[in-house]
Write a protein that binds this ligand. Structure first.
Ligand SMILES: [Zn+2]
Length: 193
């Protein structure tokens, strides 16, 4: 069972959702790297390498950057859904991580020829935010704005991308927020009758 919640149907929104009212599933660098691995942005080996060398001050600096990035991304999503342009500072935070991809492909010799191998630079953990920034770029430029929605439970801060055919998804989780709402509606109906 994953420690993370993946209900958004979009990686950038799933990342935004790691901070919610009363909780944070990415409170430190270990959890951040674990999240990247859980969504398949890093392999297990790359995740291991990213954590192996980081010193404590580095980890603290990194998680501060990760949280600043996440807050900026949430504000951008809010603005985007509301049809507003993003704040320049928030845009700059995301763009800073699009500038230097810590990933490239390399050719290696094989006995019978050549192969392409993926290389990820893991020495600066905060550079791994590139993967989330790329997911955000996709969300803002390739996906349907109307389908980005916040959970209909007012107490819930989760966002999701509605891929349902009729576009009627309202809850982050039917079993959580959706069900709570149904139960509340049932109760008020009972009281009324
Ligand atoms: Zn919800």
């Amino acid at each position: 069972m994953s420690r993370y919640l993946f209900v958004a149907n979009d990686r950038a929104l799933d990342f935004v959702n790691t901070a919610f009212a009363g909780g944070d599933t990415v409170p430190d660098v270990i959890a951040f790297v674990g999240w990247l691995e859980a969504v398949g942005m890093l392999t297990a080996d790359e995740a291991h390498a990213a954590l192996a060398r980081a010193t404590e001050p580095e980890r603290e600096r990194t998680i501060a950057r990760v949280h600043a990035f996440r807050s900026a991304l949430r504000r951008m999503v809010e603005a985007y859904v509301a049809g507003r342009a993003p704040v320049a500072d928030d845009l700059a935070v995301i763009n800073a991580h699009l500038q230097h991809a810590p990933i490239h492909d390399e050719l290696v010799a094989l006995a019978g020829g050549v192969a392409s191998v993926r290389r990820v630079a893991t020495d600066v953990p905060e550079a791994l935010l590139y993967f989330v920034a790329e997911a955000a770029r996709e969300l803002f430029t390739r996906k349907d704005r109307q389908a980005i929605r916040r959970c209909a439970n007012e107490a819930c801060t989760h966002y999701f991308y509605d891929a349902s055919k009729n576009g009627t998804r309202r809850w982050c989780r039917m079993a959580g927020c959706g069900n709570r709402k149904k139960v509340a509606a049932l109760r008020s109906r009972r009281r009324a009758s």
